[in-house]
Design a binder for this molecule. Structure first.
Ligand SMILES: Cc1cc2nc3c(=O)[nH]c(=O)nc-3n(C[C@H](O)[C@H](O)[C@H](O)COP(=O)(O)OP(=O)(O)OC[C@H]3O[C@@H](n4cnc5c(N)ncnc54)[C@H](O)[C@@H]3O)c2cc1C
Length: 410
């Protein structure tokens, strides 16, 4: 089999394929773990079952179109050009749809550790994970009350969490300087100290076990009776029994895989990292009103999040980086730096669910993309689901409602 993409999803698929006895080749012009997987907030967010789709997005859309100072911003012209994605996204903001999406995401997240833990063990990467309850913090009563429905949904899905008062939050994380109204502590969670290193270790294990990495992008795929011809950007071809499309937000660039017809969108997100300030926190802390997490990862204190609906190819927006820097000083006081600034591209379907399963073009092409805000968390499980599909097993959970077929009418 061939895999397009060496991010968290592609690399996890490669390792699970080997575990199931398959031989795999990974094709990617870029080094492993340097795409969106490089810059997340690093939370293994098994509690993050509520999507960003919500009825409140619809009511606040007019202001978001012109706002420069909100955690969610929308480029007006991007929204016009991509009106079908936007319309579908907004339809998925109805309460009834949000309930359904939350159930589907919770079903995946419930199994996330089963997909991830064996790979961490295989890669010898236990030292890159920290077991520490993540926190989510609201600065205002209005913000906390506005999240009541989302928190009720989390509770209904069985997310293990405790509500904390301001003093309890400050006792856990004394460096926080912004106003605190309430916090939620998600019990039993973990975070990753360096996602790129994690994927590199996975790649090392993959190669030790005979896996091959080809440093070239996949341009097109052509299925036939016997297999798939995979055409690469360096002019060569690979012939494989199956090809897995795991190129994240770039998956549409692969011709013939049936992705062009799908509403794969992009939620741009940013991080700024302060090398000298890792010791400010002991765990990821999400600041609800600001729309980001602060995480004490190996490279320093990383401030990561926000959503910008804009084109995949547009350069980083300096206003969004300035927003993160300003809010970081509200959260911690004056900080030196940052030492790094970064833009990443979350691959996002309008219904916030990943696409996992065969393409409508051919059963020899398997889709594995669209993991929006939780790809680091769900990459391992996705790899197991894909490897199960390729070896005739029924994946757990069932992927039936996650395939491209759900967009038949798009
Ligand atoms: C600011 C931010 C914070 C986040 N925080 C979290 C978090 O705390 N927890 C969490 O679980 N998730 C988080 N996420 C989401 C997570 O980072 C993504 O869902 C995940 O990294 C997607 O992984 P991927 O493998 O699908 O894509 P990528 O990591 O982007 O990998 C795709 C790979 O495909 C390659 N590629 C592109 N085109 C081709 C081609 N034609 N042929 C072959 N290869 C190709 C690219 O070079 C790249 O290496 C966050 C995202 C952002 C932006």
């Amino acid at each position: 089999m061939a895999i397009a993409g060496s991010g968290m999803v592609g690399m996890s698929t490669a390792l699970w394929a080997q575990r199931r006895g398959l031989r795999a080749v990974i094709c990617d012009a870029n080094a492993a773990g340097t795409g969106t997987t490089y810059g997340p907030a690093c939370a293994i967010a098994t509690y993050a079952c509520v999507p960003i789709n919500s009825p409140s997005v619809v009511t606040s859309l007019p202001s978001l179109l012109f706002s420069k100072d909100s955690p969610l911003t929308v480029n007006y012209w991007h929204a016009i050009r991509n009106w079908r994605w936007m319309a579908s996204f907004l339809l998925n903001c109805r309460s009834s749809r949000v309930d359904g999406i939350t159930k589907e995401l919770a079903a995946l997240l419930d199994h996330a550790d089963e997909g991830l833990d064996p790979l961490i063990a295989d890669a010898g990467a236990e030292d890159l994970l920290v077991r520490e309850d993540c926190l989510y913090v609201w600065s205002t009563r209005a913000g906390f009350e506005g999240a009541a429905q989302a928190n009720a949904l989390r509770r209904a899905m069985g997310v293990a969490m405790d509500e904390l008062g301001p003093e309890e939050v400050r006792a856990l994380e004394p460096a926080l300087k912004m106003p605190i109204h309430r916090g939620l502590r998600f019990r039993g969670t973990r975070f990753v100290l360096h996602p790129q290193k994690l994927v590199e270790r996975m790649q090392h294990r993959f190669q030790q076990d005979g896996g091959v990495t080809i440093p070239a992008a996949v341009r097109s795929v052509e299925p036939n009776g016997q297999g798939v011809t995979v055409r690469l950007g360096n002019g060569s071809t690979v012939t494989a029994g199956h090809v897995v499309v795991a190129a994240g937000a770039h998956s549409k660039s692969i011709k013939g895989a049936g992705v062009e017809a799908l509403p794969l969108g992009v939620e741009r997100g940013y991080n700024v990292t302060y090398a000298d300030h890792r010791s400010k926190l002991s765990r990821p802390v999400g600041w609800a009103e600001a729309g980001f997490y602060a995480t004490p990862m190996e490279l320093g204190l990383r401030i990561a999040g926000t959503v910008e609906l804009d084109d995949l190819g547009r350069p980083p927006n300096p206003d969004r980086l300035a927003y993160l820097r300003r809010r970081a000083t509200e959260m911690f006081g004056q900080l030196d730096g940052p030492s790094q600034e970064w833009l990443g591209h979350r691959p996002t379907m309008p219904d916030a669910l990943p696409v996992i399963g065969p393409s409508t073009v051919s059963d020899r092409i398997i889709h594995a993309f669209g993991h929006q805000h939780v790809g680091l968390t769900l990459g391992g499980l996705t790899g197991r689901m894909v490897a199960d599909l390729l070896t005739g097993r029924t994946p757990t959970p069932d992927n039936a409602r996650l395939t491209a077929r759900r967009f038949k009418s798009f």
